[in-house]
Design a protein around this ligand. Sequence first.
Ligand SMILES: *Cc1c(COP(=O)(O)O)cnc(C)c1O
Length: 365
Amino acid sequence: MTQTSYEKYNLKEVINASGKMTILGVSKVSDRVKKAQAQAGDSFYEMADLSKQTGAYIAKLVGSEDALVVSSASAGIAQSIAALIGQGSRYHLYHPYERRGEKREIIMPKGHNVDYGTGIDVMIAQGGGELVEAGYANRCTSEDLEMMITDQTAAILYVKSHHTVQKSMVSIEEAIKVAKGNNLPFILDAAAEEDLTGYIQMGADLVIYSGAKAIEGPSSGLVVGKATYIEWVRMQGLGLGRSMKIGKENILGFTQALEDYVTNGSESGEAMKARLAPFVKSLNEIPDVSCRSIQDGAGREIYRAEVTISGGKSASEVITELKAKSPAVYTRDYRSNNGIIEFDIRAVNEQEMLKITTRLSEIMQ
Ligand SMILES: *Cc1c(COP(=O)(O)O)cnc(C)c1O
C-alpha cells in the first residue's frame, strides 16, 4: 500500500469545517481539474501565449474585456495597484518604488482595511501604493470617499468580503459612481465572492478573485476587467510580479475549475441544507450541545451548523480539543466568545461528518 502524505511526513489528517481557509490549503480540487493540471505538467507552452489565451477564454466566460490568471488574489491586488500606478511605463516596471511623478494614492474605506491572513494595506504597499483611508472604522459614505481624492489619487479600492465592516459602508455601486465621476479606476477585491459577472456589469474596472475559494481551483488568483488595465497588470510579470509567478499546471487547472464553476455553479443552498440536516440532528444528540442550521452572516447561499456549547467546557476549550488529535477538526471560531462554534460543511463529506460527531461526543462526555 502506498503511504499517504499524512503518514509519510508525520502530519495530522485535517477535516476542514472552517470554510475556505488558506492555512488549511483552502480547497479540494475536482478530478477534472487534477487532469488539467497533470496534462499541463506533461507539456510545454509558449507561456506568454498561455497567459493571453486562457485570459481570453475566461473573459468570454465571465463577460469581461480581458482576464489574467495570477498566483493568488493577493498577487492580483499588488499587481493591479502597480499596474494603475505605472500605467504601462517601462521605467516604472523596473523602478516600481521610485518616484517620478506618478500618482500613488489608493483610496479605500477604512472599514475595508482588514486582515485576511495579511493586511490589505500590505498588498497595496507591495504594489507601490500609498493607502489613503476614507471615513471611519464604522462609517464610510460616498462623500467620505470623494473628499479624499486629490491630484495624487491613482485608484479607489473596495473590498467585498465578510471580513469587512458591513454596516454604514458605501455600496459598490455608489463607490463606482464616485470613481467614474472623478475619472478614477475602480478596483474590487472580491477574493471569496461567488459572483463572477455582476461587478463587471456594475462598471468595476478590475475585479480580483482568489482561485481556490469559491471557484475551488488550485492555488491561484484571477484579475478580470478592462483590456488596457489587464495588459498593464500582465506586464507586471516582467517586473515586481515575477516573484508572484504562477506555473502552467495551476493556470490550466484554474481555468478548468472556472469553466466548471460557471457551468455547474457551486453547491446550492438547498443541497447544502439537505446535507446539513442529518448532521445537525446527530450533533443535537450530544449532551450540552444544541445545534441549528444558519445562513452565512454576509447573506451568501452558505448554510452552516451553529453549535452552542453549555455545561462545564467553554467553546474555546472544545475548539482546542477538536484540533488536538488526528483527524484534527477545524471549525469557524469567530463567535467562540459567545459560546458558539460553527461547522462549515462545504468541504466536508458524510464520512467526515460522522468523524466530527464522534469526536465531539468524546470531548463532551
Ligand atoms: C482570501 C482573501 C484574499 C487573498 O486571497 P489569496 O488568493 O489567498 O491571496 C484577499 N482579499 C480577501 C477579502 C480575501 O478574503
